[in-house]
Ligand binder design. Structure first.
Ligand code: NAD
Length: 474
């Protein structure tokens, strides 16, 4: 069994306490994870604070050089990362449409390299006889990163790399469900980055809570559920910490009467069930015009019936298990509520394999707003398909929930789709697609889905404060 350690001040650090990390495909123990104490967290924060002056004084080119070396070193361990990711998270090595662990790992490398290539330069807003005025961007200090269990490696990279390239130092705490790939990354990084620049601690909510109230952490970037995001915001008030909160979603997709169902059914299926539905910006509520409702339900059911759910280490597996038992119980409860309301299950809906936390790909129609499956984030492989006759109703439905991460409109009339899309209350709207993110396009939520954005120049700016420099010329 592989051994894991905390990474603090460039050293591997063992702990008194450990907890087991469970493989959700067979409930076996993948590894023992070191559990950080609050004292160890304090040591990690102190190391990050001490490393900040020298790291932030480097040029972008110097920091970029280190991060590119990190990408190469991570790439050299591809197979080990991908297998570990499948074991701790459950996602298949390849999976349906190649969207499994290999996809997350490929994204990890792409995001390190692409984000490390970006740079914030001073912006001159006035240069005349009176004065030169420029906006400079300065690193904040120590950034605390708290990540969830759905894309543990990739989301960790989304947090760390923009923080590091802009000159901050980092203490990251991965989810206690999936800490291993992040600890592995920290182990590789400690031989490349200066001591204390990147520290990895592991533990559950109490360590996350200690981070969000820590006086020497200047910013928290958090990806996870809305209730945890609200708790973090409360305790971050202590030292007026900067925050980026990437929280839960319940994205609506609206399929108009003129949509080309044959062309889009596969895409709708893939973007609803990506990562077994455990994706923040997956399509989670599908509103379909009555003219194409039966046709789309049939096309989606045909695809669903050809899918194989199983252990992600098996080459022919399309979808793995849910990552944990709690999430499986949520999915089962939402399905039960739908059944009690008389919804129709086009496929799936029953647990057939209890070796791991498996739930089959499930499509549910004859269901309306108000059902738990529609109103609550399922974060699993079950999709409600709701019929509408008037697009105004569908827009109202899409906007009626408190969350607003993403949304989509599917149509052959692009102008009409864009006009409807602009009325959706969400941070990203896709036309004839969903759930697509890329390193240069800002991504973030509105309403209860959080605030602040990731990616692109806007994402880098989140890790800096403005210093306006006015040089008088008269
Ligand atoms: P979660 O909120 O339960 O846990 C996330 C992290 O917060 C974990 O590391 C956990 O240990 C830590 N934590 C728990 N209690 C804490 C506290 N009081 N203070 C500080 N940290 C604490 O979320 P999850 O179940 O791991 O992830 C699933 C959720 O994440 C879903 O709602 C999903 O939509 C959301 N998500 C959002 C995005 C996005 O970009 N908006 C991306 C992925 C996932």
């Amino acid at each position: 069994m592989q051994e894991f350690n905390l990474i603090i001040d460039g050293e591997k650090v063992s702990t008194n306490d450990y907890f087991d990390v469970i493989n959700p495909a067979d409930k076996s123990v993948v590894a023992r994870c070191p559990k950080a104490s609050v004292e160890q967290l304090n040591t990690a924060v102190a190391a990050a604070k001490a490393a900040f002056p020298a790291w932030s004084a480097l040029t972008y080119a110097e920091r970029r050089d280190k991060l590119m070396q990190l990408a190469d070193a991570v790439e050299a361990k591809s197979e080990a990362f991908i297998t570990l990711l499948t074991k701790e998270q459950g996602k298949p090595i390849n999976g349906f449409a190649d969207l499994g662990a290999g996809f997350e790992f490929g994204g990890t490398l792409a995001w390190i390299r692409s984000t490390a290539s970006m740079e914030l330069t001073p912006e001159t807003i006035q240069d005349n006889d009176a004065a030169h005025i420029a906006i400079h961007r300065k690193a904040l200090g120590v950034v605390g990163s708290i990540t969830p269990w759905n894309y543990p490696l990739l989301i960790g990279i989304w947090h760390m790399i923009p923080a590091l390239i802009t000159g901050n130092t980092v203490v990251i705490k991965p989810s206690e469900m999936t800490p291993l790939t992040t600890l592995f990354l920290g182990e590789i990084a400690k031989d490349i980055l200066p001591k204390g620049v990147l520290n990895v601690v592991a533990g559950a909510g109490e360590i996350g809570g200690a981070m969000s109230s820590h006086k020497d952490i200047d910013k928290i970037i958090f990806t996870g559920s809305t209730p945890t995001g609200k708790a973090i915001m409360k305790s971050a008030a202590e030292n007026l910490k900067r925050l980026t909160l990437e929280l839960g979603g319940n994205d609506a997709g609206i399929v108009l009467a003129d949509a080309d169902i044959e062309a889009i059914a596969g895409k709708i299926f893939a973007t609803s069930f990506i990562n077994n539905g455990q994706t923040c910006a997956a399509l989670k509520r599908l509103y379909v015009h009555e003219a194409v409702y039966e046709q789309l339900c049939e096309a989606m059911t045909n695809i669903a019936n050809s899918m194989k759910t199983g252990n992600g280490l098996d080459a022919d597996t399309d979808f793995g298990p849910l990552q944990n038992e709690k999430q499986l119980e949520i999915v089962k409860a939402l399905a039960q509520d739908a059944k009690e309301r008389g919804a129709n299950f086009l496929c799936g809906g029953e647990v057939v394999d209890e070796t791991g936390y498996f739930y089959p790909i499930t499509l549910v129609n004859n269901i309306q707003d108000g059902a738990r499956l529609v109103d609550e984030e399922q974060f699993g492989p079950i999709l409600p398909i709701i019929k509408f006759s008037d697009v105004e109703e569908a827009i109202t439905s899409a906007n009626r929930l408190s969350v607003g991460l993403g949304g989509s409109v599917w149509s052959t009339d692009i102008e009409k789709a864009q006009s409807i899309g602009s009325r959706l209350e969400c941070g990203t709207v896709w036309i004839n697609n969903h759930a697509m993110v890329q390193p240069d396009a800002p991504f973030g939520g509105v309403k209860d889905s959080g605030f602040g954005v990731a990616f692109g120049e806007a994402g880098l700016k989140e890790f800096t404060s403005i210093q306006t420099m006015q040089t008088s010329k008269s």
